[in-house]
Design a binder for this molecule. Structure first.
Ligand SMILES: [Zn+2]
Length: 224
């Protein structure tokens, strides 16, 4: 009887060790399963590029320099680069036109754009510098990937500071900027340097073509 009890205890101990081993192997094989699983498959080959502001809305201003012009110049170059890669580009504006934030989302949603990338320049105190990219507070895997790929590509060209990919808004991590909230596809807002910072402006002018190519390359990468 005693022997049988001992055998049962040994068997139970072995089973426990085996179970622990299996759990360990599982976490070794799948170390960081994403919390939000997002199997995003674009419906089209269309990329929506949104040049922020326009018309009566200049965006941020520094002397003669207006954000709306910087955004448009870059958007047109990004469109050329993407078209050269075989993508269909949907520009929310291709000239100095005013559009509401709702108009911009509608343009992208109507055509089932695969991705929506909004181009902006930041503004703050003169000491603030660098590039940041905003995604929605829902932090879907596809948006993170889009934004991070864009950030890596821009950093490779050269930025003063990588301020990172940020979710939500400046005011709250739970709220969203309108174009991130109301677009149906993964989207992000690229704040390509501060118009209020002289060195950021110098880099913007110097690297404009390279930034455009880097943005197009990054989008092509996430479209794969
Ligand atoms: Zn802006």
């Amino acid at each position: 009887m005693k022997k049988k009890k001992t055998l049962i205890i040994i068997a139970a101990a072995c089973a426990l060790v085996l179970a622990a081993g299996l759990v360990w192997i599982y976490y070794e094989l799948f170390p960081s399963a994403p919390v939000l699983v997002d199997n995003y498959t674009p419906k089209t080959n269309i990329i929506c590029i949104d040049a922020g502001h326009g018309g009566d809305d200049p965006g941020a201003v520094n002397g003669e320099r207006q954000e709306k012009d910087d955004n448009l110049n870059l958007a047109l170059l990004v469109a050329d680069c993407l078209e050269a890669k075989g993508y269909t580009v949907l520009l929310t504006r291709s000239d100095d036109t005013y559009l509401t934030l709702g108009d911009r989302c509608e343009i992208a949603n109507d055509k089932n754009a695969a991705y929506f990338v909004s181009l902006h320049r930041n503004s703050a105190a003169e000491t603030a510098k660098g590039v940041e990219i905003w995604i929605s507070s829902k932090k879907t895997t596809a948006e993170r990937r889009l934004a991070q790929t864009l950030m890596d590509a821009l950093e490779e060209v050269g930025v003063q500071t990588n301020r990172g990919v940020k979710a939500g808004t400046q005011a709250s991590a739970d709220s969203d900027y309108a174009v991130n909230k109301n677009t149906d596809m993964p989207s992000c807002i690229v704040e390509l340097g501060f118009i209020s910072n002289a060195e950021d402006n110098r880099l913007y002018d110097k690297h404009l073509n390279e930034y455009a190519e880097a943005i197009a390359e990054a989008i092509a990468e996430v479209m794969k």
